[in-house]
Write a protein that binds this ligand. Structure first.
Ligand code: ADP
Ligand code: MG
Length: 344
């Protein structure tokens, strides 16, 4: 077999024109990645929503993860932040620091999948930076979207009495990380190969809830909204903090996929990982009780599962912001009952 070409042997400009320029073609303002910067027109009455996240090999993903997954996660986590604000995604920039010795084959697979992921969100690459580094691979993506002025969903408007909802199912990402890369021999008892594969894919290929985020924004009914990246309890805690109230969730109402249900049946202690683990990229949002039917209707119009899991309550001095109720809360350890601090 021919030795794989190392990126050190080809220039930065070759890399950009071969791998990244094709990802910019559908956006006129990217100027083919040939100019000093991109041009993004803004429609009157809109405002921009901008978010950035950096992922580093060995910190946010495993060095052996497939390049396709690195692409899906690097872009997905950013677009998920746009979804949480109810934004329409528009474009993104990408700065990539490439370690010496990286093969062009790896980067081709990465860019190839990035192209598919950006198509699924209807966005294009419009700029960035490409450097080489003696350190680990690092990718910083900035995602750009827009909303009509003043309509962005925020974390800060939840009110006591609001119902709390989540999209999709919770805990798949956290257990996907736990099953490990070999689905034929999952690092978790009691689940089939098909379940292990489902969970791993949910971790590796997150899908930001863009359609739901936009529908929630358009409904005008949403008080607090956030995406679930740090974990259900931590992210609900962010809404509590920003809104100055507390929350009560019924653990029995938290939606779990078949795969997670069978894992929990085998090991009930996994419930803690499911509620605190993160990497779901679902949305969590609060809505006044009287709009229950409107939210139920969104399940059909957006083709997205939505479940009510609890309600917002007034802040109670000295209490944890997120109180857990329901039969299943009994099996959670002291640690989680005592509150959860997110470590980065
Ligand atoms: P400058 O020297 O002005 O920083 P560069 O030579 O770094 O410009 O980049 C040239 C062009 O290529 C710019 O339009 C830049 O946005 C684009 N570019 C560089 N790296 C990337 C990348 N990783 N993704 C997308 N566009 C990139
Ligand atoms: Mg540059």
């Amino acid at each position: 077999m021919k030795n794989p070409v190392k990126t050190d042997e080809i220039g930065e400009f070759d890399l950009i024109s071969r791998l990244f320029e094709p990802l910019s073609r559908s956006h006129k303002g990217a100027l083919g990645l040939q100019d000093d910067a991109a041009i993004l027109p803004l429609r009157e009455g809109d405002e921009r929503i901008i978010t950035t996240d950096c992922v580093i090999s060995g910190v946010h993903f495993h060095p052996d993860d497939p390049p396709q997954s690195v692409a899906a996660r690097a872009l997905g986590v950013n677009v998920s932040d746009l979804a949480a604000m109810g934004a329409t995604p528009e474009a993104y920039t990408m700065s990539i620091a490439i370690p010496h010795g990286t093969t062009t084959h790896w980067l081709e697979q990465y860019a190839g999948h990035l192209s598919q992921v950006q198509d699924s969100y209807h966005i294009s690459l419009i700029g960035g930076d490409t450097v080489s580094t003696p350190g680990p691979l690092s990718i910083t993506i900035t995602a750009i979207g827009h909303v009509p002025v003043g309509s962005a969903l925020k974390r800060s408007a939840a009110k006591p009495g609001d119902n709390i909802y989540v999209s999709g199912s919770i805990g798949d990402g956290a257990l996907g990380l736990k099953v490990g890369p070999d689905v034929t021999h999952p690092d978790m008892a009691g689940i089939s190969e098909a379940s292990a594969k489902f969970l791993l894919n949910r971790f590796r290929y997150p899908q930001a809830r863009i359609i739901l985020g936009q529908a929630l924004r358009q409904s005008g009914l949403i008080h607090g909204c956030c995406d679930i990246s740090d974990g259900l309890i931590a992210d609900l805690g962010h809404i509590c903090k920003a809104s100055g109230c507390h929350a009560e969730i019924d653990v029995d109402l938290v939606p779990l996929s078949q795969a997670v249900q069978s894992a929990v049946k085998h090991d009930p202690a996994l419930l803690q990982t499911i509620l605190t683990g993160g990497d779901d990229y679902e949305l969590i949002f609060t809505v006044p009780v009287e709009h229950k039917h409107a939210i139920d209707a969104l399940i059909h119009t957006t083709a997205t599962p939505i479940s009510r899991i609890g309600r917002m309550i007034s802040a109670q001095d000295g209490q944890n912001p997120v109180i857990l109720t329901g039969q299943n809360s009994q099996i959670l350890s002291e640690t989680i009952q005592a509150g959860f601090t997110h470590c980065w």
